[in-house]
Design a binder for this molecule. Structure first.
Ligand SMILES: NC(=O)c1ccc[n+]([C@@H]2O[C@H](COP(=O)([O-])OP(=O)(O)OC[C@H]3O[C@@H](n4cnc5c(N)ncnc54)[C@H](OP(=O)(O)O)[C@@H]3O)[C@@H](O)[C@H]2O)c1
Length: 253
């Protein structure tokens, strides 16, 4: 397997959570990492604390001009592009009869459409390097959380398009895979206005016993899966469950 040292990796949504964890994981292993997010202060703080291996850009992946700028900057920063991690995502919940149509379109724009558009932009650069794309799915496609249909539907789309893009891009030696994480404490629920920090931490930790391994996950455990999928040269079109066994549907009856 090749090493990530010297790889150029673009990670969307690197200002917090799993994207931030991944940026730190890859930069310390010698990769040239480019991260983005809409909140400048978050992106700057992460990039500055990582150092020269990390370039932080304020960019909204739902905007075409920002996507162009982002891919261009990642190629310049890393001297090409070996990996695209379509990590940026948002949560949306609500009872089906009360869902706001624009909200639904927005969640699909961020979680599905923007990653597809970025993949198209990255394709010629990744083809030069035999590169790889990693999408972020969710355990919401394995376990049904009432009220979470918008988020679950967007993640189901991500898993479906992973397989099609793997088939489409394989002849260019570009691999496409997806990670299906279980619960990891990040900002996603708070940013969606669902819980404050304390309630989010309690809610996730209360889910520990639903995981076969008895605990929620850590950011670096998701980064380890990204690492594998960026390097594994004979793995494509797959969804890897990194969820402590949450998706198994533990039943103690
Ligand atoms: N944490 C979990 O338990 C879990 C489980 C399964 C899957 N996931 C998936 O993992 C991925 C990362 O989520 P996370 O848990 O790490 O949440 P997070 O801490 O909220 O990180 C998501 C990041 O995406 C950025 N983002 C959102 N919309 C964006 C946009 N339009 N353009 C650019 N950046 C954008 C956010 O920054 P700005 O708001 O500043 O733009 C934020 O930093 C998501 O795809 C999520 O669905 C998470």
């Amino acid at each position: 397997m090749r090493s990530v040292e010297g790889m150029s990796i673009l990670i969307t949504g690197g200002g917090s959570g799993l994207g931030e964890g991944a940026a730190r994981y890859f930069a310390v292993r010698g990769a040239r990492v480019t991260i983005c997010g809409r909140r400048l202060e978050k992106i700057e703080a992460v990039a500055n604390s990582i150092g020269p291996n990390c370039l932080g850009l304020q960019a909204d992946i739902t905007k075409a001009e920002d996507r162009d700028r982002l891919v261009e900057a990642a190629v310049a920063h890393g001297g090409g592009l070996h990996g695209l991690v379509n990590n940026a995502g948002n949560m949306m919940r609500g009872p089906i009869a009360e869902l706001d149509e624009q909200g639904l379109l927005d969640i699909f724009h961020t979680n599905v459409v923007a990653g597809m558009m970025l993949t198209g932009l990255a394709q010629p650069h990744l083809a030069k390097e035999g590169g790889a794309i990693v999408f972020m799915g969710s355990v919401h496609t394995r376990r049904a959380f009432p009220g979470a249909s918008p988020y679950a539907a967007s993640k189901g789309a991500v898993e479906a398009l992973t397989k099609v893009l793997a088939a489409e891009l394989g002849s260019q030696n570009i691999r496409v895979n997806c990670i299906v994480p279980g619960a990891v404490l990040t900002e996603i629920n708070q940013r969606a206005g669902l819980f404050d920090d304390e309630a989010a931490a309690k809610r996730l930790n209360d889910m520990a016993s639903s995981h076969v391994l008895g605990r929620i996950g850590r950011e670096e455990e998701i980064a380890e899966a990204m690492d594998y999928l960026l390097r594994a040269e004979w793995t494509t079109g797959t969804s890897v469950e990194v969820d402590g066994g949450l998706g198994l549907g533990l039943t103690n009856a």
